[in-house]
Design a protein around this ligand. Sequence first.
Ligand code: ARG
Length: 468
Amino acid sequence: MAGEGSKKLWGGRFAAETDKLAEAFNNSLGFDRRLWREDLEGSRAHAEMLVERGVLTPEEGRAILEGLERIQEEIEAGTFPWRDEYEDVHMNIEARLTELVGEVGGKLHTARSRNDQVATDLRLWLRRALGEIVGAQQRLARTLVAEAERHLEPPVILPGYTHLQRAQPVLLSHWFLAYYEMLARDTTRVLDALFRMDESPLGAAALAGTSFPIDRHQTAERLSFRVPMRNSLDAVASRDFVLEALSALAIGQLTLSRLAEELVLYSSFEFGFVTLPDAFATGSSIMPQKKNPDIPELIRAKAGRVVGDLVTLLTVVKGLPLAYNKDLQEDKEPIFDAVDTYVSSLRLMAALLPGLVWHPEITKRAAAGGYALATDLADYLARKGLPFRQAHAVVGRIVRKLQEEGRELESLSLEELRSFNELFGEDALVLLSVEGAVASRNVYGGTAPEQVRARIAEAKKELEEDGS
Ligand code: ARG
């Protein structure tokens, strides 16, 4: 072993080669390769700035930029020699640069460290990824509003539930819009995260800044960051920007999981409200009659995975001392996984919803059954002056009697109603229709067609303003 020392880019102070197991454990190339485009972007901005500040000569700068250009071509063509011995994407690119342009390639890393480099790359990558997510969210939002509009005329009525017990009838359109509202908030959470992460760590170097006369404002501007980060320790040590993104994605995936769960339930034989499109369901290898809601089930399950990604990184960052620690290399797989999972869930949901076939007679029958109009009767008595608590008790007695006799509310005659309370008049019978019950909830945010129609019009305007 007397000898040459390590062949690593950082091998100067090392007398021996790295243990093979340790090398494999340390290696991040398998996943951080995804940052190559951002790594080149950051390097270009850094090299150009170094030339402008006189740290590199124009010829050196040109050679480096040309080398970076060739690397980009190689990666895009699939001919770039990715090598595990260079540990990560940053050192693969730097090593290749020196092979392509000679020793001057080694000057690119002047006044920079992999610590500010990787923090910059990941912010650039995430900015782009979150932009894509917002696009996918907006496409799903448009689908939800389109479905709400499609089922408004004639109105599809389904039972609304509390405790998964039939509670009061609602419009299917109103149900779609509930998910639209949730998704719209999910989007604002992503946009908020995007705003805060839009700051440049580049130039913080290893942790303390650098003695070279660099211009961090210039590189920030060149990379379209709002500002350079104000503290070099914070710049290389902080991953709250990833955590914030992960938590926005986890909440977003939870929204999708709830929608998915309702589709699983409503498409079951027991409910029979909706039929899933064949293209998004699968059969059973043993039971010929089955059509399984695999796609909604997987979207539901992947909430566990994205929440896991969030918890993984929360746990990694907890208690970490300043500034950079290799622990932070563990930030990438969770955020890559969460982005991939959430984007594909959004796309699948948007593709699946328009293919659903709803069964309005069944949903309406279900909406009327289970005494879902009992509140309407109680409200009627309250409007006639009976305190609501007493009205509640009267209708409770009616429901109990009907239940004993195996009857529904619609079977009540006026005489029968009056035998419970003489405030009941002819007009009470009208209330015993689901259409009447839905139309009567004509308050802002309520399920009456008039309200829902107005909200659809607003939502369409909101989506137009969002462009894309
Ligand atoms: N692959 C590393 C990461 O993802 C890059 C930064 C390494 N920095 C260091 N000082 N070893 O975090």
